[in-house]
Design a binder for this molecule. Structure first.
Ligand SMILES: Nc1ncnc2c1ncn2[C@@H]1O[C@H](COP(=O)(O)OP(=O)(O)OP(=O)(O)O)[C@@H](O)[C@H]1O
Length: 775
């Protein structure tokens, strides 16, 4: 900035422009440094000289292996290079690297080096700090046999390992980044090239979510321009979004990355309700796709018995010329109200609802002084003819309109009036103009072929009779009844959102004139707003706005991919048609009942892009004592699959408690156990119950403060707590066909302590161990 000020004194216009540009860049950099100040420098590696002596642009040796003779026969060596690793890179006054960005190639040895395969690293140090104070230092010696010296002094070793220090810390309600202790197998995934599909599997606690988030930051660092197209991270629940969304800003990345729950992928919708398992199964499966296709066409026709009329009514005085079904609004006025928020940005499907009027069964217009009339059979023929096109239903409107005019034209008999083709064409076009500007025709057309919204179609599906027709031979009558009933309820379920999105694709969005965005004069001054105290829209706000408007992304990261239904895969697939992908999941934790169908949908979404597969094998979350217990359920849920190995053990075994029969006893026991755990851990306690006990469990715990949370089994996905109470394993396991896998998720949420509360249904033995968890 000082430098820039000097440029300004030159006084030429060019120098002024350069000054502005430099001040701007310096301002951005200063901002980033200030934002990243906390815990800015977290790592250091001391290295042997590189094999070929070559150095990269960041000034570090590029070779992974040490130079020949770097280790002397008496096992002594000199440190040739010391690198400091931080959240972002910093150069010194000479433009030499002072701190290396954790994502830079030179930082890779910090993560990759292990005692088995140390490369050039002799000592790896993790530094914890607060503000300007160093709180602690943890060293790992990668070559413990070596006596290394740095500038004549022997290398010191402090602390007992950064990883264990990180894992032992109490948990809060938000996830922390793991930059200081990323492990080698995780680093391979984070830095995998972004070509095509990177597929990561691993058991609970292996760091899949952490790795996915760090990968997003890494990709942006690697190729910011390419990912200006945005990175979408899809998370299973809003709870997990809230838990993880702080990680990227802590890595110096926000704006380009949108983290969305699968129930919030359609703009303006935030679904938090869950359907009962049988309903979810019908709504999520491929079968629903067929039903939606039929419904989207069927919904064009509204039975007269609906009794609801809010479509634009014919103008007064013309109403007698429109024939609606028997139960239409008598005064024919209707009020012309479409729901608001009809998606100016072309999304359309999320906010507005329109209740179409009963479909008119007769059209009468006056053209060329003659009354022309089309009756129901003719209208029906025209409709079927129009629908034979494959285009999205709303985009078929112009075609339907044209076919309607054709039918009226032929009814008028005017076609034979002229033999001269030019005159005939002229006559026809003036006929079309005449008819289509007539209020009657306009009103008729709006009611006969209304522009459908996804919400409108979903509402039509709430009518059991109509749904039954559209779902004939696809859903069974029980499913039809349950789905229709679920759609009558207020608010959307997570599965409804994928249906809305599919409907949006089936219906299509007709082109609308774009609203001109006002030019913000500050925008013109590329980024000067960064430095101004008052500005209209911050960079972050702008990034959020852009993310809102974005419908496709350059990279899509799917977390907990094992849970997605076929319909959800289709929804996400539409957002990444040209994207590269990172897909992380664990089949053993899947709450979806038909994994084969979901795999088919996943393959369709990912297309034929080649896949690179990784497996994470170490459980960083659960102590061995908890992992061992969970493994028993894994053996039942997915016989033969391997549990990840737990990296530490606490010596504290899971506790088993039995609640006597009766609601009060269960409530009391759970409350006591939660309170007991709150006493024993510094951080959070999660109480996991079957989905239908959610509200009840929240009441049980209301007096215990906000360190404790009640969670339905499906909501526990991806989260973690210092301690958890799992209430009635049998109830959770019996909830759905995937119940055992859901129970496996519930049992693997704790970082320190786990208590199992059994109800009589769990058939606990004398020690309180429920049937499902016995050897
Ligand atoms: N290298 C690491 N250093 C420190 N902590 C780590 C490391 N890897 C993972 N963890 C921690 O382990 C816990 C589990 O990680 P994460 O939630 O990413 O696992 P996951 O594989 O997504 O689990 P699940 O499948 O159960 O959702 C988190 O607290 C995470 O911070």
């Amino acid at each position: 900035m000082n430098d820039a000020a000097k440029r300004g004194q030159v006084g030429t216009p060019g120098a002024l422009a350069e000054r502005d540009a430099q001040v701007f860049r310096a301002g951005i950099h200063l901002n980033r440094l200030n934002n990243e100040f906390e815990d800015f420098l977290f790592g250091r590696i001391d290295l042997l000289p590189g094999k070929d002596g070559k150095k990269g642009p960041d000034g570090a040796y590029t070779a992974v292996e040490p130079a020949e003779g770097a280790v002397r026969p008496d096992n002594t060596a000199d440190i040739a290079e010391t690198l400091h690793i931080g959240r972002i890179g910093v150069l010194d006054a000479e433009y030499a690297p002072l701190v290396i960005d954790w994502r830079a190639p030179a930082a890779a040895p910090f993560y990759r080096s292990t005692p088995v395969d140390p490369g050039r690293v002799v000592r790896r140090r993790v530094i914890r700090s607060k503000g300007r104070r160093v709180l602690g230092v943890e060293d790992d010696l990668m070559r413990p046999e070596l006596k290394a010296t740095l500038a004549g002094n022997e290398l010191a070793v402090i602390g007992d390992g950064a990883l264990m220090a990180a894992l032992g810390q109490a948990r809060s309600h938000t996830m922390r980044d793991i930059v200081a202790s990323i492990q080698a197998e995780q680093d391979m995934v984070i830095r995998a090239p972004a070509a095509s599909v990177t597929y990561v599997e691993g058991g609970p606690g292996t760091g899949k979510t952490a790795v996915a988030l760090h990968r997003a930051a890494y990709l942006l660092y690697q190729d910011r321009r390419r990912y200006a197209g945005g990175i979408l991270i899809v998370s299973p629940t809003p709870l997990l979004v809230a838990y993880t969304e702080g990680v990227l800003p802590s890595l110096g990345e926000e704006g380009q990355v949108a983290i969305r729950a699968v129930g919030s992928l359609v703009d303006g919708v935030e679904a938090t309700q869950y359907d009962a398992p049988a309903v979810a199964r019908a709504k999520g499966s491929y079968r629903m796709l067929k039903v939606l296709r039929k419904a989207a066409r069927g919904a064009l026709e509204t039975p007269g018995t609906s009794g609801r009329r809010t479509a634009p009514a014919p103008a007064r005085g013309h109403s007698e010329q429109l024939s609606f079904g028997e139960e239409t609004d008598e005064n024919g006025q209707g009020g012309g109200e479409y729901g608001q928020g009809d998606g100016e940005n072309g999304q359309g499907g999320d906010a507005g609802t329109r209740n179409p009027a009963a479909t008119p069964t007769r059209l009468r217009v006056v053209a060329f002084g003659r009354r022309l009339e089309l009756e129901a059979p003719e209208l029906d023929r025209v409709r079927q003819n129009a629908l034979s096109g494959t285009a999205p239903v709303n985009l078929l409107r112009p075609r339907a309109r044209k076919l309607l005019l054709d039918a009226l034209w032929s009814r008028s008999g005017s076609g034979s009036r002229h033999t001269d083709p030019e005159l005939a064409a002229e006559l026809r076009s003036s006929f079309d103009e005449d008819v289509s500007s007539e209020d009657t025709f306009i009103a008729f057309f709006e009611a006969w072929w209304p522009e459908l919204t996804p919400r409108g179609v979903l509402e039509a599906m709430a009518d059991e009779k109509r749904l039954g027709r559209w779902a004939r031979r696809i859903l069974n009558p029980g499913e039809v009844r349950r789905v229709a009933r679920s759609l009558k309820r207020d608010g959307l379920s997570v599965h409804d959102v994928a249906m809305l999105d599919e409907l949006q694709a089936i219906l299509g969005t007709p082109a609308r004139p774009r609203r001109k965005r006002e030019l913000d004069p500050l925008d013109q001054l590329t980024g000067l707003e960064e430095l101004m105290p008052v500005r209209e829209e911050s960079q972050r706000e702008r990034a959020e706005r852009l993310a809102q408007e974005r419908t496709e992304y350059a990279h899509v990261i799917v977390d907990e991919a094992q849970d997605l239904t076929p319909m959800q895969w289709r929804m996400i697939g539409r957002r990444g048609r040209h994207a590269t992908w990172t897909v992380v999941g664990d089949p053993a934790q899947s709450s979806w009942s038909d994994p084969d169908e979901a795999a088919e949908a996943r393959d369709e979404a990912l297309g034929s892009r080649p896949r690179r597969r990784f497996t994470l094998t170490v459980n960083y979350r659960n102590p061995a004592e908890i992992a061992e217990l969970a493994a028993k359920v894994l053996a039942l849920a997915m016989p033969g699959s391997e549990s990840p190995s737990a990296v530490r053990s606490t010596g504290v075994r899971p506790r088993f408690v039995t609640a006597a029969g009766g609601r009060d006893s269960l409530a009391k026991t759970v409350r006591e156990e939660a309170a007991r755990l709150l006493d024993q851990v510094d951080g959070t306690v999660g109480v996991v119950v079957a989905m239908n006990r959610r509200a009840e469990a929240a009441r049980w715990l209301a007096a215990l403060g906000d360190r404790v949370v009640a969670l339905g089994s499906l909501e526990a996905k991806g989260l973690e707590y210092d301690a958890t109470v799992v209430v009635s394993p049998a109830e959770i396991a019996d909830e759905s066909p995937a119940g055992l896998r859901v129970l496996y998720v519930a049992l693997t949420r704790a970082t320190q302590q786990l208590t199992i509360v059994s109800a009589p249904r769990d058939e606990p033995d004398a020690d309180g161990v429920p049937d499902l968890l016995r050897d």
